[in-house]
Write a protein that binds this ligand. Structure first.
Ligand code: NAD
Ligand code: G6P
Ligand code: MN
Length: 443
């Protein structure tokens, strides 16, 4: 049973993120169930954060003036007296994401935010700042929890497992949430919360192995039938964003390799890197698209609110991305014992997989954090892929800790997306040059 929730103090780290307004709207929509006394934005880029914060300030004053809202770049001010830190930073901003995507593409290798060399490069940038924020939280609010969705979540999670094993941090991802809602819809159900799921994998590298409704009826046959024909795409639910429509469709090919399970869409980059490269424009990547669309739209909407002095008809909405973040904090604060997919230490979750690793599995969430729902043994195909990928993630963390060129080269060479050690080295040398303001100096 969930208990009455006392008013919470929340910090959004990465206050200047394009996702911040959506989270604020979701928090405002849920105040009756998840009361908030204090909301603070923290960022290391004052001007960027200020635009988002001034717009949110107007919105909060119009909807919930009782909330003590402020924004700051000072860690002590930000992290003192907080219950939850919702962390979504992008170290190096979209300019560095563009490098992560364009450098591998020069060598015919996929350029992606979290997968392959791009994700590895981003990981090397994110580890230090994510741990820094965790340390601030623990220094100023030792009882607080950090909910991290800064990417690449798999590498951030592995770094925290290694470097801060006792810290109160949970890493999460919205991809299975979106796909869960799609599968529920395919089965004629309203939401993923009506699915009882079995899932295992690494972040952006996992599979549903069982899906039932809450009465225990097997939904896999129905979902399989849809996946084989359409992947996750649904004729009546196209997105405005064509690259997501392509991704949903491509899931049919990923599914075909092992139709006993339902794959996470991110597996397309590992199973079909050749197809993916052909579809990527080396001169205009996803980072360019996000700057021209999401970033532009959000900052224009913020400016409009600031100029007009009101958030009425502003277009901000509590989107599905924000939902899981607020759901997670609500389940923890209210001790709801809700089942959610989290990125956690293996610790018995997967019997025949590396115990010293971070995996994405269902957990029961309550006031003391989470309890893993064991998923038993994983199959040979998944095991082989996951062992290779988890080694990549571990080697990146090793390379960051040891400042090791050799380990970075090994990480890139081991990624399924990279064809040879020679290409891995060429990409690495370019990435080092591009990331000199962010990575430790490799020896
Ligand atoms: P964004 O660039 O709009 O926002 C990121 C913010 O982080 C910026 O305001 C930036 O100044 C700030 N920042 C960067 N380094 C910082 C540091 N060291 N300390 C404090 N603030 C810092 O990016 P976005 O597109 O809104 O995405 C934000 C993050 O959320 C990214 O990491 C993205 O990959 C991640 N994300 C994760 C999931 C998931 O499934 N886990 C889903 C969506 C987005
Ligand atoms: C999904 C993933 C996130 C990722 C995002 C990229 O939501 O779960 O981890 O950051 O997609 O979206 P974008 O629009 O920035 O390419
Ligand atoms: Mn994700």
């Amino acid at each position: 049973m969930s208990s009455e929730i006392k008013p919470q103090s929340i910090v959004i780290a990465g206050g200047g993120s394009t996702y911040t307004p959506g989270i604020v709207m979701m928090l405002l929509d849920n105040l009756d169930r998840f009361p908030i006394r204090k909301l603070t934005f923290y960022d290391n880029f004052a001007e960027r954060q200020e635009t988002v914060a001034k717009a949110c300030d107007i919105c909060i004053k119009e909807n919930a003036p009782e909330i003590d809202f402020s924004w700051t770049t000072d860690p002590k001010t930000a992290f003192t007296d907080c219950d939850f830190v919702m962390c979504h930073i992008r170290v190096g901003l979209f300019a560095m994401r563009e490098q992560d995507e364009k450098i591998p593409l020069k060598y015919g290798v996929i350029g992606q935010e979290t997968c392959g060399p791009g994700g590895i490069a981003y990981g090397m940038r994110s580890i230090g700042p994510v741990i820094e924020i965790l340390d601030y939280m623990e220094k100023y609010s030792p009882n607080a929890w950090m909910l991290n969705y800064s990417n690449p979540a798999a590498i951030c999670a592995e770094a925290c497992r290694r470097l801060r094993p006792d810290s109160k941090i949970i890493n999460i991802c919205d991809m299975p949430i979106d796909l869960g809602d799609r599968m529920a819809d395919i089965c004629g159900l309203e939401s993923r919360k009506q699915l009882d799921i079995g899932y295992y994998g690494l972040n952006h590298f996992g599979w549903w192995h069982s899906i039932k409704d809450l009465d225990g009826n097997d939904l896999m046959p129905k979902i399989r039938e849809h996946m084989a024909k359409f992947g996750f795409s649904q004729a009546d639910k196209p997105k405005d964003d064509e690259s997501w429509n392509d991704t949903y469709r491509k899931a049919a090919d990923t599914f075909a390799v092992d139709p006993s399970k339902i794959p996470n869409t991110y597996l397309q980059y590992y199973l079909y890197p050749d197809d993916m490269v052909v579809h990527m424009d080396p001169n205009y990547t996803r980072a360019n698209y996000c700057v021209d669309h999401r970033e532009k739209d959000v900052f224009e909407a913020c400016q409009k609110i600031i100029d007009s002095g009101t958030s009425k008809d502003c277009g901000f909405e509590a989107d599905e991305h924000a939902q899981y973040i607020v759901d997670l904090s609500m389940a923890m604060a209210g001790d709801a014992k809700e089942k959610m997919l989290l990125i956690v230490p293996n610790d018995g979750a997967l019997e025949n997989f590396e115990p010293e690793s971070m995996v994405e599995v269902p957990c029961i969430v309550g006031k003391d954090g989470y309890e893993i729902v064991p998923q038993g043994k994983i199959s040979e195909f998944q095991k082989g892929l996951m062992e290779q990928q988890v080694a990549v993630e571990k080697l990146v963390v090793d390379a960051w800790i040891n400042h090791s060129y050799q380990e970075m080269w090994q990480a890139l060479t081991l990624s399924r997306t990279v064809p040879s050690a020679k290409v891995a080295k060429q990409i690495l040398d370019d990435l080092i040059e591009a990331n000199k303001d962010y990575w430790p100096e490799l020896k």
